[in-house]
Design a protein around this ligand. Structure first.
Ligand code: FAD
Length: 839
């Protein structure tokens, strides 16, 4: 068993390092966010000053509690949210006693006693016991199936319940409740959120934003009942549902209570410490006993208790200063909140209740789902509520905390920092430069701009290096853009730019997104945006087509193509020209035509007054000047003559160019037109990362220019040379020779396998030429030539995917070929209706 497994099994574990000499002993009760951060701050100031022992009631190392929501949602594993692993305790000589709660404090003897009976003496005691979830005292609250959302044990319980499916009720429409509801929905449960007030998250959001949030959650399939008061949780030996005061009953096999928290003060109270709403502390977090300190959610400072992490970081700094005899007292915190429910960006800070002298500056953009409200009083920001676009949250919060006079930028304030700092021009760099050193960059880990810059100056030259050193951007990732801007600002050209993010809506790269789509079995564009924390509600013109493509590729036959996520040419099956009319290129297989097709084209040209017909570089006829409203009729007329359009304009196979080959040419070695037709029929309709061109030349004179195509066949006396990765566009590139094969069938199978490898591995909008240069031709050869089994599987996957396009890809395979492919990965055959139709 490793440490985590033992911890989960509930075995208390002690990590112990014997001290070399007697030092003051600091005992920490609570191995959570504040307790461990306080120790980190102390170590940073004077690592040798105290011997440290930490007791934790939970059987785990120190983890990031705010990331429990992503764990519930399946976006992170427990290992990924650990803040300080086993090594941290060992390396810093800290004794961790996990899974053993402290049950008594003897302040006279200066000892603590744990549930196991273990007793430890202290010189200084730090209480960091956090909060207890509040349980509403209704009948049925103790039934099995009623749980809270506070720690890993609760997440495990929810996951076990969700594994059985069914209905869940979440009581409480605040931050925690909504994150629980989101996670359970993603885990397949039918979730109803019950909220007492008339809008969700009413403590953080104004009515307008609360309403937008409710609408979005309902759109995602959750039922949200506001002004709903729980009367009873009913069930026979286990939860069966919730009854509301108005008599409504909601069935549920799981009820999550997320109605609030209370500082966990029982231990301190028993020990006789002064208690108000929390454990009372002074500006150095010292309780009524000078040898006992307290920090985190369990404390009350200056009449305030806190339920968010940001204030804890401030408290921990002051506490550590006090422990090493420095004097920077804690003065209280203003907190801001972000909802981590993926794809729904919500931010709020300060006071948004309005009132006398408060002016509201509001921006509403309903079509983008954006709502921003900044509340200004006496030329200073006192509150901000952002929905849909929270990029400027930290900036507003910084101005708010500093009480800066915003009268000079008032007109631009609502458009965000990039505009305000750039004097009306969007200038993201200027925006980050304008942030003060103590402006918060990473809310999850409490990292300021100054800290990030210091860490970059000390040698962290990439986002990963920053994450590893100061933890900024290491949790939810929403501040990655800010960290990147700081890298660019601090290092200029020396920034190690990793792979580019897909677009401004996400901090993930194309490869990350693609990997996650497959790994997490995502099935729709909204699901990807939701699970991967898209920063915009509906994505943009860069990411939507890419996501549509990745899903199409991952789920052939299953995923329904999202036409709205396609470029206009693909939607219209025609090419838009500069005067707004369209050009139409009917497909002519292999570049061969006949009188019937030519007549149909001529008829269309006359009937729709097309001003020009042009032979294309790909050997097809292009009819120019078709009005948009005539396009459906044009296609109908051409289809009547057996001509299809299909993907001639899209990110897909364009044409297969051929020369006349052995049938007519004196030099022709093989039937290049025949092979071209077969390849075109096999491959048309296959969506790809970018446009894809093929050519088949009948002899090495190469009249079809096969060596500047994505896939080219050059026929030779002894067979077929297969070429890949050519391009005749702006950046001309000659193909690489893949291999030589003996038969037409082999040429077709290699072609299918090559296209499938490209479809599965190239990034959206990456042509084959740059893809091959990126991965190397040796890699492609290894996959297609050396790995015979892998190649057959690729061919099979291509043909399988193709069976969902308009054509039956088997139709043109060699006569007598079986209509199924047996591969080590299974038997592939066309979708059933095609097979039946063919019989
Ligand atoms: C699901 C979830 C999502 C959240 N999301 C956000 C967010 O997005 N933003 C934000 O700002 N805040 C968020 N929070 C709140 C944030 O996690 C807390 O503010 C923070 O964890 C408080 O830190 P703490 O150390 O005071 O308490 P905790 O992190 O709860 O640590 C207290 C620890 O003390 C232990 N303990 C208690 N009594 C004893 C005892 N007698 N002996 C030994 N150990 C004991 C507890 O088991 C616990 O491990 C979220 C909280 C949850 C539960």
């Amino acid at each position: 068993m490793d440490f985590h497994e033992k911890a989960v099994a509930g075995e208390a574990e002690v990590v112990s390092i014997e001290p070399a000499q007697r030092r003051e002993h600091l005992v920490v009760v609570g191995n959570g966010m504040a307790g461990c951060r306080a120790v980190e701050e102390l170590l940073a100031r004077d690592a040798g000053r105290y011997k440290v022992t930490i007791f934790g009631a939970e059987p785990h190392v120190n983890y990031n509690r705010i990331m429990l929501s992503p764990v519930l949602a399946g976006e992170k594993t427990f290992e990924e949210i650990v803040i300080n692993g086993h090594d941290w305790y060992v390396d810093n000589g800290i004794e961790l006693i996990a899974g053993d709660a402290v049950v008594a404090i003897d302040r006279m003897a200066k000892t603590v006693t744990a549930a196991s009976g273990r007793s430890v003496a202290y010189d200084k005691l730090l209480l960091a016991t956090g909060s207890d979830p509040f349980i509403i005292p209704v009948p049925g609250k103790d039934l099995p199936g009623v749980i809270t959302f506070r720690d890993m044990k609760d997440v495990d319980a929810m996951l076990a319940a969700a594994g059985k499916g069914g209905d869940a009720v979440v009581i409480g429409g605040g931050l925690l409740g909504l994150e629980a509801a989101h996670g359970l929905t993603l885990r397949g449960m039918k979730v109803t959120v019950i909220h007492l007030m008339n809008t969700l998250m009413e403590r953080q959001l104004d009515e307008a934003a609360g309403w937008l949030l409710k609408t979005e959650l309902e759109r995602r399939g959750q039922t949200v009942l506001t002004e709903a008061n729980t009367a009873e949780i009913f069930g026979d030996g286990k939860v069966d549902g919730v009854r509301l005061k108005d008599g409504r009953e909601i069935p549920a096999s799981l009820v999550v209570m997320a109605v609030g928290i209370r500082p966990c003060v029982g231990l301190a109270k028993e020990a006789g410490l002064e208690i108000g709403r929390g454990i009372k502390v002074d500006d150095h977090m010292v309780t009524s006993d000078p040898n006992v300190l307290a920090v985190g959610e369990c404390v009350e400072h200056d009449g305030n208790v806190y339920g968010l992490v940001a204030p804890l970081w401030d408290m921990c700094r002051s506490l550590a200063d006090g422990l090493v005899d420095r004097h920077s007292g804690y003065r209280g915190s203003v907190a801001s909140t972000k909802l981590k429910v993926s794809g729904i960006d919500v931010f709020s800070a300060g006071d948004f209740s309005g009132g006398d002298g408060a002016e509201d500056i509001v921006l509403r953009d309903a079509s983008r789902g954006v709502y921003k409200r900044v509340i200004v009083r006496d030329d200073r920001i006192v509150g901000a509520v952002l929905y849909g676009d929270t990029a400027d949250g930290n900036w507003y919060f910084d101005l708010l905390k500093k009480g800066e006079d915003v009268s000079d930028i008032r007109d631009l304030l609502i458009f965000g920092q990039a505009f305000a700092s750039g004097g009306g021009q969007a200038d993201p760099k200027a925006a980050v430069a304008a942030l003060s050193d103590d402006a918060e960059i990473c809310g999850c880990n409490g990292v300021s701009k100054g800290k990030v810059v210091a860490c970059i100056s000390a040698g962290a030259c990439s986002v990963d290096a920053v994450r590893a050193t100061c933890k900024a951007s290491a949790s939810c990732g929403s501040c990655t853009g800010l960290v990147e801007s700081l890298l660019a600002l601090t290092l200029g050209d020396e920034v190690e730019t990793g792979p580019k993010t897909m677009c401004k809506c996400t901090s993930f790269t194309h490869d990350d997104v693609r990997r996650e789509v497959v790994a997490q079995g995502m099935r729709s564009i909204p699901e990807v945006m939701q699970k991967l924390h898209w920063s915009t509600p509906d994505g943009c013109s860069s990411c939507r087509p890419a996501l549509n493509y990745y899903l199409l590729c991952a789920l052939p036959g299953d995923y329904v193509d999202d036409q709205q996520s396609r470029f206009v040419n693909e939607r219209m099956h025609a090419n838009i020209q500069k005067d707004g009319t369209y050009s139409v290129v009917p497909r002519m297989w292999g570049g061969i035509t006949n009188p019937r097709e030519l007549r149909a084209i001529a008829d269309v040209v006359e009937k729709y007054d097309a001003p020009m017909v042009k032979v294309t570089g790909g050997q097809r006829l292009d009819i120019f000047g078709i009005r948009k409203e005539d396009l459906p009729a044009v296609w109908a007329d051409l289809n009547a003559a057996g001509m299809v359009s299909g993907h001639a304009y899209g990110k897909s196979l364009r044409t297969v160019k051929t020369c006349v080959g052995s049938e007519w040419c004196r030099f022709g070695t093989q039937d290049s037109t025949g092979l071209g037709v077969k390849i075109e029929r096999m491959t048309w309709g296959s969506w790809m990362p970018h446009k894809f061109k093929i050519a088949v030349s009948g002899c090495p004179r190469n009249c079809a220019e096969a060596t500047i195509k994505d896939f080219g066949v050059v026929c030779v006396d002894s067979g077929y040379e297969l070429h890949i990765g050519g391009n005749g566009g702006i950046k001309v590139r000659a193909t690489d020779l893949l291999c030589k094969v003996a038969t037409e069938q082999q040429a077709m199978d290699y072609c299918a396998a090559f296209i499938q490898l490209y479809r599965e591995e190239a990034r959206y909008l990456e042509r084959t030429a740059p893809w091959i240069e990126r991965v190397g031709v040796d890699y492609v050869k290894a996959r297609l030539v050396d790995d015979e089994i892998g190649r057959e599987a690729l061919t099979a996957r291509f043909l399988y995917a193709q069976s969902f396009s308009q054509e039956d890809p088997w139709a043109e395979r060699a006569a007598g070929a079986e209509r199924e492919l047996h591969t080590p990965m299974g038997v592939f055959r066309p979708r059933p209706q095609l097979a039946i139709a063919a019989e």
